[in-house]
Design a protein around this ligand. Sequence first.
Ligand code: HEM
Ligand SMILES: CC(C)=CCC/C(C)=C/CC/C(C)=C/COP(=O)(O)OP(=O)(O)O
Length: 305
Amino acid sequence: MNAISYSEKIKINLSQVIGTAQDYLVLCKIKVVALLVLTALVGVALAPELMTQRTVIQQFMSLFGIGLLASSAAVINHVVDSGIDSKMARTRHRPLVKGRVSETHAVIFSLLIGCLGFIVLCVFSNLLAAVLTLLALVGYAFVYTMFLKRATPQNIVIGGLAGAMPPLLGWVSETGQLAAEPWLLVMIIFTWTPPHFWALAIHRKDDYARAKIPMLPVTHGIDFCKTCVLLYSVLLGVVCVIPYLIGMSGWLYLVISVMLNGVFIYKAIQLKWYANQGTAMNLFKYSIVQLMLLFIGLFLDKWFL
Ligand code: HEM
Ligand SMILES: CC(C)=CCC/C(C)=C/CC/C(C)=C/COP(=O)(O)OP(=O)(O)O
């Protein structure tokens, strides 16, 4: 009985040689990139030139270009870190560690989508947006991944700047110019990154210790790390009020932001003084929902009030 057709056999052989589409989506860190692109979309939406000069297709393509370069950076991160990833329970099933995608194929894929992203940004937005997005790629894929991650417990604080850039990239893709307002959005994500990551790192401390990566809970202990999470959460609450104070956003954003950050600080207090087994992961998961809703709040405030 020959149950497998010829075309299915080709598909199976192909997936054994170069990996499946699912593997490539994992390499791109697709959920992270989706949230990055949402923050870039808000950068586009808040920029003053919106609807006056650029078409929706141009705006869509700009976001696509940012997404491609961010994905390209994520693939390089997988290639550089496959040794570390093989030592950690959370990451040991990744496509490169398991050999489902070879290093060569991953590098070629990263180069292809990276070049495509850069060209898309040059064609559909402007050179400044393309160069800044490329700098963010270098910041994450090379400065953070190759150097900072292995060098200092402040790795994710400094490296966080690359991941915080998309609102600015979205804004610049729209206007061709830098401005203070998008830098404020960058500051929000920059302040959000430490509690986002350290909550996970507390839960996964043993993983990082085994891989000899100097994450804060490993180098300075869990208790100190929890204090840092709480302090950054309070700072995040303060930074998030600034868009309202400078008249960049209105009361709807203020209400959403105060509620979301109130819960954030509450969960950080729980983590510091009343933690159980699940508290750190609970804060980590909440941080993702919080940033998403915060940026949706900025968008709604601008367009529906
Ligand atoms: C240096 C900065 C950052 C570090 C070190 C970091 C670290 C991490 C880690 C280790 C994970 C877990 C991934 C996994 O479970 O395999 C994660 C998940 C996630 N991060 Fe971050 N992150 C950073 C910045 C960001 C930024 C800027 C965003 C978006 C704006 C973001 C969005 C997400 C999302 C959506 C997830 C969930 C992914 C999933 O469920 O697959 N992160 N982050
Ligand atoms: C062009 C542009 C906007 C670039 C930014 C790219 C990007 C994907 C940033 C996200 C940051 C992130 C997921 C860091 C985790 O890396 P990790 O190595 O500490 O986490 P891991 O152990 O899960 O791999």
